[in-house]
Design a protein around this ligand. Structure first.
Ligand SMILES: [Cu+2]
Length: 150
């Protein structure tokens, strides 16, 4: 019985770290955003994102809806340095790592990605939108700010 409890406990304790950054990497500040909602609303939640220069971020983008949605911001890409984007499977395990500058991604229903980046230059009201047909017109727009005194 003790063994089973220990096994269960070790699963609970280790699973959140399965997708975590390697211990020697910089510590990322986690920010969450969803594209669409479970009940089919055409919006980003939240629809305004603010990042600060000098920090390192992990932006977790999830699609809880049953539609395909884009997370697109051409301006944002020019203000950050992307370290990598990790694509997760249903269990939260990384199945792909993408490197290079990124300004557009499409998430299928249930999909989740983690975008690791450094904000480089300040920016105000950088446009975020979903370019799936008619989605922007229905409210799938948002804005991204990059602030900081540096
Ligand atoms: Cu959309």
């Amino acid at each position: 019985m003790k063994k089973i409890i220990f096994f269960a406990l070790s699963l609970v304790l280790t699973s959140p770290f399965a997708s975590a950054e390697k211990p020697h990497g910089p510590k990322a500040i986690e920010v969450n955003v969803s594209v669409g909602t479970e009940d089919g609303q055409m919006k980003f939640v939240p629809d305004t994102l603010t990042f600060e220069r000098g920090n390192y971020y992990k932006l977790v983008i999830t699609n809880p809806s049953s539609d395909d949605h884009y997370f697109t911001s051409d301006a944002f890409a020019t203000h950050i340095f992307t370290r990598k984007v990790e694509v997760m499977d249903n269990a939260g395990k990384t199945i792909a790592e993408i490197h290079g500058s990124i300004n557009d991604m499409e998430l299928k229903p249930g999909a989740s990605v983690e975008w690791f980046f450094f904000p480089m230059t300040k920016g105000k009201n950088l446009k975020l939108f979903c370019h799936k047909k008619e989605h922007e017109a229905q409210g799938m727009v948002g804005s991204i700010n990059i602030v900081g005194s540096l």
